[in-house]
Design a protein around this ligand. Structure first.
Ligand code: FMN
Length: 414
């Protein structure tokens, strides 16, 4: 049986180990993790989700407190339409995050950035254009477009000098979404350099409805490969979602995928941005502790641990500081859900909001514990200390396990 290391991903004149670590916002897939993966010859992702907050944490900038200061007087109002991002600040934060990461890059791999269209930021087109172009300016190797159909995203950067040289890819969960993307962008004569096909077992938001369990990744990959063949297109396809072992990965490579994208197994590595306490929760999880729910204001189902502190927490919307999910009219489904509860319980000091969650605040604070469906198997990937805690792994250990293991084996740390 073949192992992952028997395959290589050809991209931009490079030969890469065909392992991509998916973007995990907000700064769960840290620069440290991405850098390590690039050093090992694969592709690592950083994420531009809530980049101003991330920059404050990484570089001690004060972007969040400055935004909050500007809009503080609006905090008690449920009308957030006046709360805007300053594009120059957004550019600066993106340049810091990407630029410093790229300066530190060593090795033959690549570093991409994950850009979610659903971060509409009260001015979807303008902010997305700035996020994409600032990342290109700062030297990112590639951009993975996610959480949305991105029908207009290529056009936003068509005049950028790096539009044709940087690697640009899209995440889809159906051949239909891919066909729409390609049709819409045909006039630009610029195909995506890679297509991530993400199945229903992935972490984060899902590109399916609540009927996600009806779908399976191998079928979706086969459908996308068949579609590309019928269109005479040769674009590398990257399979993602639920790939837990090296053998799972090599089965997709044998099926015709050019690489795999994985994430959940890296959530319990030392380089991952989750607090160590939360990593232990991921290790401890049983299958029953994982759910797909509809509390994300984006409208996409999201998978997470049922014990996530952000579920049901009725905090006041925090859009003056963050506001990444405000739509073009300054609205967010959490604000509406929160207001309904406040109206129902006018005398309550604190309300419980179960319908939606304040995703910005809770992701920023690592209180929504999103994970892939395989998270309950993480406990089988490490050793346990005498105090019952699980030993964190290095990203190198997990990467090499994917690269070299066979027969569904998982290498435990020494
Ligand atoms: C903690 C976590 C956070 C994630 N955040 C994002 C994200 O911000 N954007 C995105 O496109 N995908 C996100 N994903 C999906 C991953 O990038 C990846 O495609 C998927 O989880 C791969 O499946 P696996 O976790 O079963 O290996 C996230 C996944 C996890 C586990």
């Amino acid at each position: 049986m073949k192992r992952v290391d028997d395959f290589r991903l050809q991209l931009g004149g490079k030969e890469l180990v065909p392992i991509v670590i998916g973007g995990m916002g907000v700064d769960i897939s840290t620069a440290e993790l991405a850098l390590e993966v690039a050093r090992l010859g694969g592709i690592g992702h950083i994420s531009d989700a809530m980049v101003q907050t991330v920059s404050d944490r990484r570089f001690d900038t004060k972007f969040v407190s400055e935004k909050l200061k500007k809009y503080k007087t609006n905090a008690a109002s449920s009308d957030k339409s006046s709360v805007h991002f300053n594009l120059a600040v957004l550019e600066e934060a993106t340049r810091y995050h990407v630029g410093r990461t790229m300066e530190a890059k060593r090795g033959d791999g690549m570093i991409f950035i994950n850009c979610m269209e659903k971060l509409t930021m009260n001015a979807p087109r303008e902010t997305l254009r700035m996020r994409l172009s600032a990342a290109l300016d700062a030297g990112i190797d590639g951009i993975t477009l996610s959480a949305g159909l991105h029908l207009g995203s290529f056009a936003l950067i068509e005049d950028h000098p790096r539009f044709r040289d940087a690697k640009l890819g899209i995440i889809v969960s159906s051949p239909r979404a891919l066909a729409m993307f390609l049709r819409k962008n045909a006039r630009l004569q610029r195909l995506p350099d890679y297509i991530v096909v993400e199945g229903p077992l992935a972490g984060g938001h899902l590109g399916f409805g609540m009927d996600w369990a009806k779908y399976d990744l191998a079928t979706l990959v086969a459908e996308v490969l068949a579609y590309l063949k019928s269109e005479h297109l040769e674009i590398p396809v990257i399979a993602a979602g639920g790939i837990f072992t090296g053998s799972d990965a090599s089965a997709f490579l044998e099926q015709g995928a050019a690489a795999v994208q994985v994430a959940t197994r890296f959530t319990v590595t030392q380089e991952c941005g989750l607090p160590d306490k939360v990593k232990q929760e991921y290790f401890k999880a049983s299958e029953d502790d994982i759910e797909v729910n509809t509390i994300s204001p984006t409208g996409y189902p999201m998978r997470m641990l049922k014990g996530s502190p952000g579920i049901g927490a009725g905090i006041r919307p925090n859009c003056e500081a963050y506001g990444y999910l405000l739509d073009a009219n300054g609205r967010c489904a959490y604000i509406d859900a929160y207001n309904r509860q406040v109206e129902l319980h006018p005398d309550a000091k604190k309300v419980k909001v179960t319908e939606k969650t304040c995703l910005c605040t809770h992701m920023r604070n690592f209180d929504i514990w999103t994970c892939g469906q395989t998270a309950w198997r993480l406990k089988d990937t490490t050793r346990r200390a005498t105090d019952g805690s699980y030993r964190l792994l290095t990203a190198e250990h997990v990467f090499r396990d994917y690269q070299f293991s066979v027969n569904q084996k998982i290498a435990l740390p020494d």
